[in-house]
Design a protein around this ligand. Structure first.
Ligand SMILES: *Cc1c(COP(=O)(O)O)cnc(C)c1O
Length: 407
């Protein structure tokens, strides 16, 4: 999952950051009445729960009957995990420009159209909406299919409708928002998904997901009572693994117990295409409180924004937090790449789990393709604002940010 901390920075962070970089299982994701319920992509239409966002992209392209010779327009500012699903169906990814505020540069998109272009993929960066009504009209005018990449916006509203309601298809990465080890979804407000048939991911996978989710939670001191109760069963886990692995024939082509998408890799493994998300993840999606998750993310984002005011050489990517936005992380910009490098080294040293979204762009995507993307790639870092951060952890992170910014 791409929300795990960056590991290759100079002054590499400790193996386990001091605070969780992604939501871990805790009471912060549950309960909570009162506050308004944020809309989510699952409110937009028919949905299929799979193991990652990239698998959902591949399924969306398959439903759109994208084939060799077709072109898919993808943003020059992207996660490298978005590209292999396009290549897997034999299509050509063609990169278009974004503007400094991360909005789609429709003039550039128009300039890149030719009869081979079938799909426009757009990303709601960090959970902030693209101009969906305009994009829908553009696609209708040019006979394109619209794919909304809501990987950063599982929750979100635009002009009163949920993210995903404008696209022909939408995808999300549930593991970026919920305390789960795997999970993505494919949604369509306009087309039936009856052709998408999913199978059980298998008992080994079910066990691995449940145990890993619990272990990640215990590692950060959450759910101490549950941890104590489960101490004995978890001690037998290694034996269980050996037993499960032994059941697979040596050298067999059976998929690994979990897809690479769950382990900070950009890998695309088509063997997970027809696999349903685990029972554990699906249960979490159902039990979790979107009210609490949404409210906590906004509160943490606002605290980061306030802390950033007045710090030298860094500013938020977005000037404000609009209603209806439930951010994935808090993106900030350094005034120059050298300052970003110093900042990241200091944050890493302290154990702050930062994310460098877009640091690695697909080969060939440079300033000549999109100057804004190349620039963001070198000046942007994002900090966690997820619901599972405690008040103490947030305060600690704000302190580290202040200290790091003066270097
Ligand atoms: C993470 C991400 C994806 C893919 O999601 P996974 O669940 O990691 O496969 C797609 N698009 C964007 C913009 C992402 O950040």
């Amino acid at each position: 999952m791409m929300s795990t901390p960056h590991r290759s920075a100079p002054g590499a962070p400790p193996a386990r950051p001091r605070i969780p970089g992604a939501p871990v299982l805790s009471r912060a994701s549950f309960g909570g009445m009162g506050a308004a319920r944020p809309l989510s992509v699952l409110d937009a239409g028919a949905a299929r729960l799979v193991t990652s966002g990239r698998i959902a992209i591949a399924l969306a392209l398959r439903e759109m009957k994208v084939k060799p010779g077709d072109t898919v327009l993808v943003p020059a500012y992207h996660s490298p995990s978005m590209i292999p699903p396009v290549l897997a169906c034999g299509a050509e990814p063609r990169f278009y420009r974004i503007r400094p505020d991360t909005s789609v540069d429709l003039d550039d998109v128009a300039a890149r159209l030719d009869p081979s272009v079938r799909v426009l993929m757009v990303t709601h960066y960090f959970g902030f909406p693209q101009a969906l009504a305009t994009l829908r009209a553009f696609c209708d005018a040019h006979g394109l299919l619209l794919l909304e990449d809501c990987a950063h916006g599982f929750f979100g509203e635009y002009q009163g409708a949920p993210f995903g309601a404008w696209g022909d298809y939408a995808i999300a990465s549930s593991m970026k928002f919920f305390p789960i080890y795997e999970g993505g979804c494919l949604v369509s407000a306009r087309h039936p998904l009856s052709g998408v048939k999913l199978r059980s991911p298998g008992a080994g996978f079910e066990a691995k997901v449940a145990l890993t989710t619990l272990e990640n939670s215990f590692a950060y001191g959450r759910l101490p009572l549950v941890a104590a109760l489960l101490k004995l069963p978890l001690a037998g886990k290694d034996r269980l693994w050996r037993a499960l692995k032994a059941r697979r024939a040596p050298g067999s082509a059976a998929p690994a117990l979990a897809p690479g998408s769950s382990d900070s890799s950009y890998d695309f493994d088509p063997r997970w295409l027809d696999k349903r998300s685990s029972l554990f993840s699906r249960l979490m999606l159902r039990l979790a409180s979107s009210r609490r998750i949404g409210a906590a993310r906004r509160r943490h984002y606002a605290a980061l924004q306030a802390a950033l005011a007045g710090l030298p050489g860094i500013r938020p990517l977005f000037p404000a937090l609009p209603d209806g936005v439930y951010p994935w992380v808090f993106p900030l910009l350094a005034d120059e790449p050298a300052r970003l490098a110093r900042l990241c080294a200091a944050l890493g040293q302290a154990g702050v789990p930062y994310v460098r979204f877009g640091e690695t762009l697909w080969p060939g995507v440079d300033a000549s393709v999109c100057a804004v993307s190349a620039d963001l790639s070198q000046r942007l870092v994002a900090l966690p604002c997820h619901q599972a951060l405690t008040a103490r952890e947030l305060d600690w992170m704000l302190g580290e940010l202040r200290a790091a910014s003066t270097l």
